[in-house]
Design a protein around this ligand. Structure first.
Ligand code: CP
Ligand code: NVA
Length: 305
């Protein structure tokens, strides 16, 4: 039984296999010989909004031969307080796999444990593994292997995206620089867990110095300043994160031809300016498209030996 609950727990060989398969799924879209989800029904159980993740999983599951149902967590008894472990035991007797977007990482882990069906993390407060898989697929198709390269993340360095980037960097062997204000640096605990997993070439640098972090980078990457669930802190976050923005001034410090990436949705004028966003829309919307291909590779990996 395989689950994708985090990049932290994804073995390096599986990480690399999913990336290889994602490229094949992209190339062969519409001509798949196998239907690994034939006869299966998967559920998407979402407690937070989604455009890309929801649509790419719904399309991907169908393209692999499966049926799919979308369950807004508020419409099922889970939203009225039924425990996740009971929800998991019910669904585990009826469906073949689950894709979950929620708040606590422990909820996807509990669901996987009690449902006994393949479970995929479609974003928690701690990690967004599917997004990073698509992002690395995008980088590698445009620039070749990511090992040895420099990725600079700018913005809220304590949210799910940079945490998943941290575990990707230590496993795949690239340098990750996180430029964030001191209030939004990754926790010491995450950095300690990552250092225990570090492979050759993997390196994490955390700094408040935006310019130093951007200098010579192969990728400038950002994410929203106000993650889902943090709306009550919006005013405070905007004040503290002000200036941690990808713009033309910052792009000029990066390596010539550096990629500018964004997981989306984007808030222009906050984490990225409009000019820089539009100049890099080709890359950014390829990241979005690659969610479909990367997640088909994840689904296939979950159900095959
Ligand atoms: N990037 C991402 O996960 O987008 P959605 O929130 O629209 O799914
Ligand atoms: N950090 C963001 C990612 C959105 C895809 C959030 O959690 O809202």
């Amino acid at each position: 039984m395989k689950h994708l609950l985090s990049l932290e727990k994804l073995p390096r060989a599986d990480f690399e296999k999913i990336l290889r398969d994602a490229a094949v799924f992209k190339k062969e879209r519409g001509q798949h010989q196998t239907q690994p989800l034939a006869g299966q029904t998967w559920a998407l159980i979402f407690s937070k909004s989604s455009t890309r993740t929801r649509v790419s999983f719904e399309v991907g599951i169908r393209e692999l031969g499966g049926n799919v149902m979308f369950l807004n967590a508020n419409d099922i008894q889970l939203g009225r307080g039924e425990p996740i472990k009971d929800t998991a035991r019910v669904l585990g007797r009826m469906i073949h796999g689950a894709v979950i977007r929620t708040f606590a990482q422990s909820d996807v882990e509990t669901f996987a444990e009690f449902s006994k069906i393949p479970t995929i993390n479609a974003l928690t407060d701690d990690e967004h593994p599917c997004q990073i898989l698509a992002d690395i697929q995008t980088f590698e198709e445009m620039r070749g292997p990511i090992a040895g390269k420099v990725v600079t993340f700018i913005g809220d360095g304590a949210c799910n995206m940079p945490i998943s980037w941290i575990f990707a960097a230590v496993k795949l062997g690239f340098e990750l620089r996180i430029a964030a204000p001191k209030e939004f640096q990754p926790s010491a605990e995450i950095l300690k867990r990552a250092s225990a997993l570090t492979q050759a070439g993997g390196k994490i640098i955390c700094t408040e110095d935006l310019a130093a972090a951007a200098t010579g980078a192969d990728v400038l990457y950002t994410d929203v300043w106000i993650s889902m669930g943090k709306e009550a802190e919006a005013a405070e976050r905007i004040k503290i994160l002000n200036g941690y923005q990808i713009n033309q001034k910052l792009v000029r410090l990066a390596k010539p031809g550096a990629l500018v990436m964004h997981c989306l949705p984007a808030y222009r004028g906050k984490e990225i300016d409009d000019e820089t966003f539009e100049a890099n829309a080709g890359t950014i919307f390829t990241q979005a498209e690659n969610r479909l291909h990367a997640q088909k590779a994840v689904l296939n990996w979950c159900v095959t030996d």
